[in-house]
Design a protein around this ligand. Sequence first.
Ligand SMILES: Cc1cc2nc3c(=O)[nH]c(=O)nc-3n(C[C@H](O)[C@H](O)[C@H](O)COP(=O)(O)O)c2cc1C
Length: 406
Amino acid sequence: MINRRQLFAGAGALGAAGVLGIGARAWQQGLLGGDNPALAAWGDWTSQRQVGALRLIGAGVLAASPHNTQPWAFAVGRLGVDLFEVPGRSLGTMDPFGRERLAGLGGAIHNMALGSTALGRAARVRLLPDPQNPLHVARVLLGPDNSGPAPHRLVPIIGRRHTHRGAWRGGALPTAKVEALMDFPAFPDVRVLLFEAASPRGERFAKLTSDATAAIAGDTAMMADSHRWFRHERSDAVTRMDGLTLATSGISPWLATGAALLPAQSAQSEGRFWLAATRDTHLPTASIFGMILTPNPHDRRAALLVGSAWQRLHLNAVAAGLVAQPLNQLPEMIDRQTQLRQPPAFARAVDALLDDPAWRPSFAFRIGVADEPAAPALRRPVSDVLGPPARLAWEIDQWRNAGGAF
Ligand SMILES: Cc1cc2nc3c(=O)[nH]c(=O)nc-3n(C[C@H](O)[C@H](O)[C@H](O)COP(=O)(O)O)c2cc1C
């Protein structure tokens, strides 16, 4: 028979083992402090650690990308930077035509163009410069030192832009803030549509986005493809430096810490969480919704420009003290129904949101005001995304063609 003293001793030992176990798990998950090397890319940019053309890449890698897939590789030369699509960094059935992947690349291009002004060198961007190689999505040519404009006002914002998935304040935004959002030159074949969340169009958008989220959460293939980019274990996060994490999921830091101690969620429970967050948090606490439209979302150039426009809108939002989150469930379901050759129910339903149905939605989002900033997402640093140097022949050709001048 066990006496009381033995019982207390046993309970104490169990408790100590439990605390030790939790401590070990907290250590394993990086919850006991220390730097996260998978976040160093943000500091590399803000502390201006890169020099020359590498600086452009430092800005490019901080762009938004679908599920943080970072579908890019760069080649750097004396006269500029080449950017390549990496199709293997794919969302599968969540992005069956690679449209979102190109949007992520477009965001990187926009950051590089802005970043060039920090170098003081003039820049020219050519999209899809090589008809023989469609994966070569952009070339940024750099002029000599002191040939460029003054640093762009958004240069310091590049390192402060983070997708915010938390609860916001809601309510209408002052007109000046909405105008600040739209302060950028027109992109060919791209239109931005903004509407108040509380407007009839906003309510319709919320209903359709909620329906599209439910459709995705119920689609086993889409959820499995989404789940592949979720990094629950810190060991995964620090080696891969991409994908989504609890810290950026919009839950409070305390809850994220608690959840990090537990085993990873299944794809199915991730879908349930996402649907609940969309319905209870993302949609009801937004100030405005919006869509980026283009006549042919699957045109590669258009997809790049849509991504550039989103990057610019998000940077403008941060500069204006606002927060932003893409909500792309509708365009994703439009593509998924096309892929499955199903009746285009979401494509038809979205017509009710558009002034001109010839302009199709390629990106959807919410913008608003939050009390807390969003956490930074994982990033591969410049050293991890650099391929072989840009072809020497190209540099020499450029140099000759330009007569030795830019
Ligand atoms: C084309 C594209 C689609 C995206 N779709 C969504 C989305 O539907 N929901 C969401 O919360 N974030 C979405 N994002 C945001 C990315 O998940 C985010 O950019 C990425 O995780 C990196 O985080 P960061 O933007 O904070 O740097 C999208 C981004 C891009 C470029």
